[in-house]
Design a protein around this ligand. Structure first.
Ligand code: PXG
Length: 442
C-alpha cells in the first residue's frame, strides 16, 4: 500500500471520541496483542496500562476465549432471541446471576454499555408503570457521570462536552446531583475518601423539589471511571441507598467499568457493600472479545413487570437483534470460567496494596495535584496548563505511548487500569514510566 492509499484509508474511518485531524497526522496504531502487551505495526511492544478501554480484564487473546469463539462461530453463528432461544444464552445469564449481588438474578442482554444504560432506564419506567405508579418517570443522574452516548444515558450523564451539542434534545425530566470530587478535602486519599458523605443529601433536596412521586430512578457509577476515577466518599453510597429506599426510588449502578474485578470483587457491591436495584455491565463481561452488555435486575423488579402483563403477552417491549448473540455468549462463558479458574478478582484485591503504594509514590512529581486509587484502578490528576486544559494530559498519554505504555487520559487526569493479570514488575514499570513522563513535560 503506498502513502496515498494509506491516507485514503485514514480518511474513511470517522473515529469515535478522537481528535480525527490530529490523530491522522500522526496515527497511533495497534495491530496485535497478547497477555499484557499490544504490538504496533512496526513491531514495538506496548504494555497495556488500561486494559484496552477498561475492558480486557483477563489480558489479551486468551487461548480459552479465542477457542470458544472460534468453535461457536462455526457451530451456531447467530440465532434470534426474540421468541426463540439458544442454550448458551441461558448459561451466560445463570453464570452472571451467580456473581451479581444477591437478589439481582434476572439478566437482560445488550451489546454495549450505552445500550445497558438505556435498557436500565426503560426497566425503571416499566417497573413503576407495572405497579400502577406511572407518574414516576423522572431520572436523577450526577455531574461528571458517564452512561454512554445513547439518548437516555447521555441525558442522565453529566459530561458538559456531551451535553453541549445535544442539550436541547435530551430526555425531559432529568436532574443531576453534584459530583463528589473534592480536591481540597480529599487530595491524595488512598481508597475511599473520608469527606463527602453529606453530598448524598443533595438527593433529598432534589426529591423535595420534584416530589418523590415523580421520580423513577437514580443512576450513578459507584466509582466514576471515565471522568477521572472519582471514588465514592465513605458513607456516601449508603446514604444514597437509604434516601432511595425512603422514597421508593430505584437505585441503578452503572458497573460498566467497576464490574468484573476492577475494584477487587465481582462488582462494586463486593467492595463497597451497597446493593443497587438494577445494575448495568459491559466491557469485561466477555473480556471485550465480542461486543456485549447486560443489565442485572432485582427479582422483585423483574417479577413486577412480568406479572403485570397478561398471560401470553409480551411483558417488556425492548430488545436488540444481537441481544445474547451466541458468539458473545460463548466468549462470556469462557471469560467467566477463566475469571473463576484464575481467581482474577481475588488477584486484583491482593495486588491492590502494591498498586496503591506504587501509584502514591508519584506524590511530589511536578504538576501532580492528586492521586487516588481503589483495587486495580488509579487516577493521577495533573494541574492544567494555564489556559490549555487537557494539554498536559494529552502530552503525557502520547509520551507514554512513545515509551511503550498505553494509558487513558480524560482532560488532565491520567487513568491506569491494567488487566488483572498484571505482574508486580509491570506495575512498577507502569508507574515509573508515568513518573518519568510527567516530570518531563512542562
Ligand atoms: N457506562 C460507563 C460507566 C462507561 O464507562 C459506558 C457506560 C458506555 O459503554 P459503551 O460500551 O457504549 O462505550 C461506559 C464507557 C475512557 C472510556 O477512556 C470509557 C468508556 C468508553 C470509552 C472510553 O474512560 N466507558
Amino acid at each position: 500500500m503506498d502513502m496515498t492509499d494509506l491516507q485514503q484509508d485514514l480518511a474513511s474511518f470517522w473515529m469515535p471520541y478522537t481528535a480525527n485531524r490530529q490523530f491522522k497526522q500522526a496515527p497511533r496504531l495497534l495491530s496485535e496483542a497478547k497477555g499484557m502487551f499490544y504490538k504496533t505495526p512496526d513491531g514495538r511492544e506496548v504494555l497495556d496500562g488500561c486494559a484496552g478501554l477498561w475492558c480486557v480484564a483477563a489480558g489479551h487473546c486468551r487461548e480459552e476465549i479465542v477457542k470458544a469463539v472460534q468453535e461457536q462461530v462455526a457451530r451456531l453463528d447467530f440465532a434470534p432471541s426474540f421468541q426463540m432461544g439458544h442454550p448458551l444464552a441461558f448459561e451466560t445469564a445463570s453464570r452472571l446471576a451467580a456473581i451479581t449481588p444477591p437478589g439481582l438474578n434476572r439478566i437482560f442482554f445488550t451489546n454495549s454499555g450505552s445500550e445497558s444504560a438505556d435498557t436500565a432506564l426503560k426497566i425503571a419506567i416499566a417497573y413503576h408503570r407495572a405497579r400502577g405508579d406511572s407518574g414516576r418517570t423522572r431520572f436523577i443522574g450526577r455531574e461528571r457521570s458517564y452512561h454512554g452516548v445513547n439518548f437516555g444515558g447521555m441525558s442522565v450523564g453529566g459530561i458538559p462536552g456531551n451535553r453541549k451539542t445535544f442539550g436541547n434534545v435530551m430526555l425531559p425530566g432529568v436532574d443531576h446531583m453534584p459530583h463528589t470530587h473534592d480536591l481540597k478535602r480529599n487530595a491524595f486519599s488512598k481508597g475511599q475518601p473520608a469527606h463527602g458523605a453529606e453530598i448524598a443529601d443533595e438527593l433529598e433536596r432534589l426529591v423535595a423539589l420534584h416530589d418523590a412521586s415523580n421520580i423513577a430512578a437514580v443512576i450513578i457509577e459507584p466509582m466514576a471511571g471515565s471522568t477521572g476515577v472519582l471514588l465514592p466518599p465513605k458513607g456516601y453510597l449508603e446514604r444514597l441507598r437509604s434516601i432511595c429506599d425512603k422514597h421508593g426510588i430505584l437505585l441503578i449502578f452503572d458497573e460498566v467499568i467497576t464490574g468484573f474485578g476492577r475494584l477487587g470483587g465481582a462488582f462494586s457491591y463486593d467492595a463497597f457493600g451497597v446493593k443497587p436495584d438494577i445494575m448495568t455491565m459491559a466491557k469485561a463481561i466477555n473480556n471485550a472479545t465480542i461486543p456485549m452488555g447486560a443489565v442485572a435486575i432485582k427479582q422483585e423488579v423483574h417479577d413486577a413487570i412480568i406479572n403485570a402483563a397478561p398471560e401470553g403477552g409480551m411483558e417488556f417491549m425492548h430488545g436488540y437483534t444481537y441481544s445474547a448473540h451466541p458468539v458473545a455468549c460463548a466468549a462470556a462463558n469462557a471469560t467467566l470460567a477463566l475469571y473463576e479458574r484464575e481467581q482474577l478478582f481475588q488477584r486484583a484485591a491482593s495486588l491492590a496494596p502494591k498498586f496503591e503504594a506504587a501509584v502514591h509514590a508519584l506524590k511530589g512529581v511536578k504538576n501532580v495535584i492528586d492521586i487516588r486509587n481503589f483495587g486495580l484502578v488509579a487516577g493521577i490528576e495533573l494541574a492544567p496548563r494555564e489556559g490549555q486544559a487537557g494539554k498536559r494530559g494529552y502530552e503525557a498519554m502520547v509520551k507514554c505511548f512513545g515509551k511503550g505504555l498505553l494509558i487513558r487520559t480524560t482532560g488532565d487526569i491520567l487513568a491506569v487500569s491494567p488487566p488483572l493479570i498484571v505482574e508486580d514488575a509491570q506495575i512498577d514499570r507502569i508507574f515509573s514510566t508515568i513518573a518519568e513522563v510527567v516530570a518531563s513535560i512542562d
